[in-house]
Design a protein around this ligand. Structure first.
Ligand code: BGC
Length: 385
C-alpha cells in the first residue's frame, strides 16, 4: 500500500502522526486515499483474505465469493485458509502484512489470538475488517461484517420449539406443553459468535425450561460444558454418544437437540441413529436444529432426518466485506448499521449486520432454490456441482 510504503521510507513518529492525520483521523487505517482504487491506476491494490478452515463448506464459499468480488473491483487478492490452526493463521496474516496489502479481511479461528498481528497492521496503516467473527481485545479492528448472531440463536431455539410442536409455523404457541427432553450444544468457546448464538437460544428457551415444557435430563446447560471446541463434528458426535449412555440408558426418551451448526447436527444425528433412533423424525429420531444451510444438511432436511437449519446468505456477507474494503481503500468509512452491539473489550466495533432465515423442508424451494443458492438437483444429491 502506498501510504505504508511512504511511511516506512520516511520512518519516525512525526511522519507517522502526519500521515495518520492526512487520513482524516478516522482511526480506521483509512487506506491509501481516493487515488488508490480509482486513481492513476498504475499501482496494484492488494487485499489479504484470511479464512479459518475448509472443513466447513461455508468458509470455502465465503473465501471464493470475497475473492471474486474484490477481483471484479480490479484488486489482487491473497486468499488463505488456515486449517483451523492458530499459528498457521497468524503466520498467514503476518505474511500479508509483510507483502504490504492495502486491507485485511479476517475470519479468525480464535478471536483473541490476533492482537500482535492487528498491532502490526495498524502500524502499517492497513485497515482490518473482521469477517463474520469478531476479533477481540484489540483497538485495531476497524469494521465488522456479520449476520445478526444473537438472532441466529433465537431462531435456532424457535426452530427447536417448532420442531417439537410447541410453536407453530408462525411462531405462535400451540398449547403443547410436552414435557420434552432436550440436550444442548454450543459452538467453539474461542469463537465470539458461539456466545451470541447460545445467549440468543437460552434467552428464548428459558421460559419453557422454567415452566417445565422443556427439561434437560443431563443437567448440562452452562456454556463451557456444552461448548464444542473448534466446532469439530467428531467432538459433538462423541458428546452425544456419551450423553446417550449416561442419561438415556433407561426409559428416558430424548425429544430434541439444540445444535449450533450443520456439521455438528450431522455428528449428533449419526450418534442418535447409531443408538437405534430414527432413521427419520417420523420414525422417532429427535428433532435436531442446525446452521449454515450446508448442502448435506439440506438433503437431510428434505429427507425428514434433520429438522431445520439457519440460512445465512454468505453471498451477501461477501458483498459487504468487499464494500467495506473498497470504502477503506478509497479513504472512506464503510456503511455501519450497528454501532452498539459488538464491544470487543477495547472498543465497540462498527458493524454491518445481515438478516438470517430459518429453513424447514417447506422453505428449501422458496429460500434456497429460487434464490439460486442451490439447484433442485444439488438438493436431491446432497452435493454441489
Ligand atoms: C459461523 C457459523 C459457522 C461456525 C463454524 C461461526 O463463527 O458464524 O456460520 O457454522 O462458525 O464454522
Amino acid at each position: 500500500m502506498r501510504l505504508a510504503k511512504t511511511m516506512s521510507a520516511v520512518a519516525g513518529g512525526a511522519a507517522l502522526t502526519l500521515a495518520l492525520a492526512a487520513c482524516g483521523g478516522s482511526g480506521a487505517g483509512g487506506g491509501g486515499g481516493a487515488d488508490d482504487a480509482a486513481g492513476n491506476g498504475d499501482e496494484e491494490i492488494k487485499v489479504g483474505v484470511a479464512m479459518p478452515t475448509q472443513t466447513y463448506e461455508r468458509w470455502i464459499q465465503d473465501g471464493n465469493n470475497v475473492k471474486k468480488g474484490l477481483e471484479e473491483n480490479g484488486y489482487t487478492v491473497d486468499l488463505q485458509f488456515a486449517n483451523d490452526d492458530i499459528p498457521t493463521q497468524t503466520q498467514q496474516i503476518d505474511s500479508m502484512i509483510t507483502e504490504g496489502v492495502d486491507a485485511l479481511i479476517i475470519a479468525s479461528i480464535d478471536g483473541t489470538a490476533l492482537s500482535s498481528q492487528l498491532d502490526a497492521a495498524a502500524a502499517a496503516n492497513i485497515p482490518v475488517i473482521a469477517y463474520d467473527r469478531l476479533i477481540n481485545n484489540s483497538p485495531n479492528v476497524d469494521f465488522y461484517v456479520t449476520f445478526d448472531n444473537y438472532e441466529v440463536g433465537v431462531a435456532q431455539a424457535n426452530s427447536l420449539l417448532r420442531g417439537l410442536g410447541v410453536l407453530d409455523k408462525d411462531g405462535e404457541e400451540t398449547g403443547e406443553k410436552g414435557p420434552f427432553n432436550v440436550e444442548l450444544f454450543a459452538g467453539s468457546a474461542d469463537d465470539n459468535n458461539s456466545h451470541f448464538f447460545y445467549d440468543g437460544a437460552m434467552d428464548t428457551l428459558k421460559p419453557y425450561l422454567d415452566d417445565g415444557t422443556l427439561t434437560v435430563p443431563s443437567k448440562q446447560t452452562d456454556f463451557d460444558t456444552v461448548a464444542t471446541q473448534r466446532w469439530q463434528q467428531e467432538t459433538a458426535q462423541k458428546r452425544m454418544e456419551d450423553l446417550l449412555t449416561s442419561t438415556y440408558g433407561g426409559d428416558t426418551k430424548l425429544d430434541g437437540v439444540l445444535a449450533p451448526a450443520d456439521p455438528l447436527s450431522r455428528g449428533i444425528i449419526t450418534a442418535l441413529q447409531g443408538a437405534g433412533m430414527g432413521p427419520t423424525i417420523k420414525d422417532g429420531l429427535p428433532v435436531v436444529t442446525g446452521q449454515d444451510a450446508e448442502i448435506a444438511s439440506i438433503k437431510l432436511i428434505d429427507d425428514g432426518v434433520q429438522s431445520s437449519t439457519i440460512f445465512k446468505d454468505t453471498r451477501n456477507l461477501a458483498d459487504e466485506a468487499v464494500n467495506a474494503a473498497t470504502a477503506f481503500v478509497e479513504g472512506e468509512e464503510p456503511d455501519a448499521n450497528d454501532t452498539e452491539t459488538y464491544d470487543n473489550g477495547e472498543k465497540v466495533v462498527p458493524a454491518h449486520l445481515l438478516d438470517i432465515q430459518p429453513v424447514f423442508k417447506d422453505d428449501i424451494k422458496p429460500v434456497l432454490i429460487d434464490s439460486d443458492y442451490y439447484t433442485a438437483d444439488e438438493v436431491k444429491k446432497g452435493q454441489t456441482d
